[in-house]
Design a protein around this ligand. Structure first.
Ligand code: ADP
Length: 377
């Protein structure tokens, strides 16, 4: 509740003020002069002081100056007889919100007070928002630091485990514990993948993406990815078609573009039932923009989620039922892939869009201008 202090050396006026303020729903105290008012201000939490100017001891102006220097957010409305309007204007310059001339027109006073307290409210909300914003920024920094440190610290041990497991694989072919070992191998691969994505993410966060653009053959790049995903593709039996000319050349940062294609393809595989169809299309339009798309006949994405899937850590599914897998049908990731795709495409001055229908399939389309100078950072 808003708390108001009224200061006047004429007690009938104070009584009048108190009646009106109570009627308007404000809590109020009164002081008979500036000195008493200062004591009350220092002791209590007021939002507004309504003060007469001409008072014995400490005058209204002195009260305003001293109180404002101690509590800059405290608002003042000064009351004054006609003779002292210039003084009232001076007090406005010293930070008063408004002034009321005596005899007080209480209808007008009600409006002025409401306006003043509205500005107090707005100011407080503003302060609160700024504080919250600062807290959010700190939290974000902490989150980024956490991801950076964990991914950095996990990379080496996880990498060592994966390498050793890979080295031991041939030796354990006919060992009785081979099936368990395969489980270890798969888990360590998954761990490696997750740590890799976390690392990639924190690298993207901390540094502006520097691109090494150069022309390359799209066909070869797609073939490389299919080879890397061979194990998954054999298992899930999707039909993948590439619809673009054999020798088609694309200009982009090859490594980063490969990451885009791999993420889109992996998602298409993950979210399309076994044996579904996936097609990769590419064409350069008359504006010299590469239009590259990956379409699937999978589960699709509900319309209301379409703009959220590019957000970091966003997954359409319930995270409580999350299970990490990059090759199973509906296998979850960390909700990082599309955010990385979007960052890479943006760095290429491009855009990415998605068209999708539930149970029909999804199509992710990447547009990347081709006329940018080669090797441009
Ligand atoms: P994840 O690591 O979970 O795959 P992404 O950022 O790559 O994270 O994708 C975010 C979410 O968008 C996924 O969890 C999934 O719900 C949805 N999604 C992405 N690609 C497809 C797709 N081809 N079909 C259906 N849903 C998809």
């Amino acid at each position: 509740m808003m708390k108001i202090l009224v200061v006047d050396d004429e007690s009938p006026i104070l009584t009048l003020w108190q009646r009106f303020l109570e009627r308007w729903g404000y809590q109020s105290d009164t002081a008979a002069d500036g000195r008493e008012a200062l004591d009350l201000i220092r002791a209590g939490a007021y939002h507004l002081v309504i003060t007469d100017l001409a008072m014995p001891n400490v005058t209204g102006q002195e009260l305003l100056r001293t109180a404002k220097s101690e509590q800059p957010d405290l608002q003042f409305i000064v009351t004054t007889g006609y003779g002292t309007i210039e003084v009232a204007v001076e007090t406005m310059k010293a930070g008063a919100f408004d002034f009321l001339t005596k005899p007080i027109n209480f209808n007008h006073a009600e409006l002025v007070i409401a306006k003043c307290l509205e500005s107090v409210n707005a100011h407080q909300e503003n302060l609160m928002l700024r504080r919250k914003n600062r807290d959010l920024e700190e939290l974000n920094e902490l989150k980024e630091k956490f991801i950076a440190i964990t991914s950095h610290e996990l990379r080496t041990p996880v990498g060592i485990i994966s390498n050793i497991v890979e080295l031991l694989t041939p030796e354990l072919k006919s060992h009785p514990g081979e099936s368990m070992f395969r489980l270890i191998s798969r888990s360590s691969q998954q761990l490696n993948e997750i740590v890799g994505q976390m690392h990639e993410l924190s690298r993207m966060n901390s540094a502006k993406l520097v691109l090494a653009r150069a022309p390359f053959e799209l066909h070869i790049l797609c073939r490389e990815i299919m080879d890397e995903l061979k194990f998954v593709l054999d298992k899930r039996k999707h039909r993948i078609t590439m619809i673009f000319p054999d020798k088609m050349t694309v200009t982009a940062d090859r490594l980063k573009f490969k990451k885009v294609v791999r993420e889109l393809l992996q998602n298409a595989i993950k979210f399309t039932e076994d044996g579904g169809e996936i097609s990769i299309k590419a064409a350069i339009d008359e504006g010299n923009v590469l239009n590259f798309s990956v379409s699937d006949t999978g589960i699709g994405i509900p319309q209301e989620n379409l703009d959220k899937i590019f957000h970091l850590f966003y997954e359409v599914g319930d995270s409580l039922h999350h299970h990490t897998s990059k090759d199973e049908f509906l296998g979850g990731g960390m909700g990082v892939g599309l955010s990385i795709v979007s960052d890479i495409v943006k760095a290429h001055d491009g855009t990415v869009e998605v068209v999708s229908e539930v149970n029909q399939g999804s199509r992710f389309i990447v547009h990347i201008p081709q006329n940018t100078a080669v090797g441009n950072a």
